[in-house]
Design a protein. Structure first.
Length: 262
């Protein structure tokens, strides 16, 4: 008889709502816990509707007219690179979290500030070094980004400027995956942003009561509930590792009958 320990997510099919490198990494990590990842990107990114405004802001940035550049996603890093944007030595760069900071570093940009606790817009504002509140800040984000960051930095005393760097668009889920969600064959759904939550609500709701919804942080959980989703798991930090660990912990505590479809 094998003494191999049954893995926590053995047999669980888990919807991964983003593709690319992120989706591949999450899928690989889920497999180490016995899960069967189902990668189904629900959102994608497109060029901004106002490329002239973005180009003008990046030109001001390159000319040293901003004291700070705040980056909130790896997608924005891709936009910086596609424009060949130069950040002068006198302009500091803040990243909303470790994942975004890693993307910046990989692209050849330095990072001067990362919040240590809450990797979110609120966390960034809350932990901002008060000894360095001065001048103009450029904040390139998705066109549907909430004004939390701009308002928070203005409250601190910055002259904060938002510019739409890209558009977030929904991606239709494949019919077979939608059917698997509806039937309950997909046991858990990872929710990585408010945009993903809204796509799940639009395309897949109502979810079966047996489907576990795991959110990547408190803000995403708030957005998921606002979209009408029941939230079962909230990761402590905005990282894929934390999200998967929270799912593993949740499933481990289920009874044997709850872990298995009836």
């Amino acid at each position: 008889m094998s003494r191999t320990q049954v893995k926590a997510l053995a047999g669980w099919r888990v919807l991964v709502p983003r593709g690319g490198g992120w989706g591949d990494r999450v899928a690989a990590e889920l497999r180490t816990h016995g899960a069967v990842p189902v990668v189904a990107p629900l959102i994608n990114f497109a060029s901004t509707d106002d490329p002239e405004a973005l180009a003008a802001e990046f030109e001001q940035l390159s000319n040293g007219e901003y004291e700070w550049l705040v980056i909130t996603s790896a997608t924005t890093v891709d936009v910086l690179m596609s424009h060949g944007t130069h950040v002068p030595p006198g302009t500091k760069i803040a990243a909303v979290g470790e994942t975004t900071a890693a993307a910046l570093t990989l692209a050849g940009y330095r990072v001067d500030f990362i919040p240590e606790g809450d990797n979110s817009a609120r966390g960034l504002v809350r932990e901002w070094p008060m000894s360095d509140v001065r001048g103009r800040v450029l904040i390139p984000q998705s066109e549907i980004a909430e004004p939390t960051l701009v308002a928070g930095l203005r409250h601190l005393g910055f002259d904060a400027h938002f510019v739409a760097a890209y558009r977030t668009v929904g991606v239709p889920v494949a019919d077979d995956i939608a059917a698997d969600v509806a039937s309950g064959r997909i046991r858990a759904v990872l929710v990585t942003s408010g945009s993903v939550a809204r796509q799940i609500a639009q395309q897949l709701d109502p979810l079966p009561t047996s489907t576990v919804v795991a959110c990547i942080g408190p803000r995403t959980a708030f957005d998921a509930r606002a979209a009408g989703l029941a939230v079962h798991i909230i990761a402590e930090s905005r990282s894929a590792e934390s999200l998967i660990a929270a799912l593993v912990e949740y499933v481990t505590e289920l009874s044997p009958s709850e872990k298995t479809l009836s």
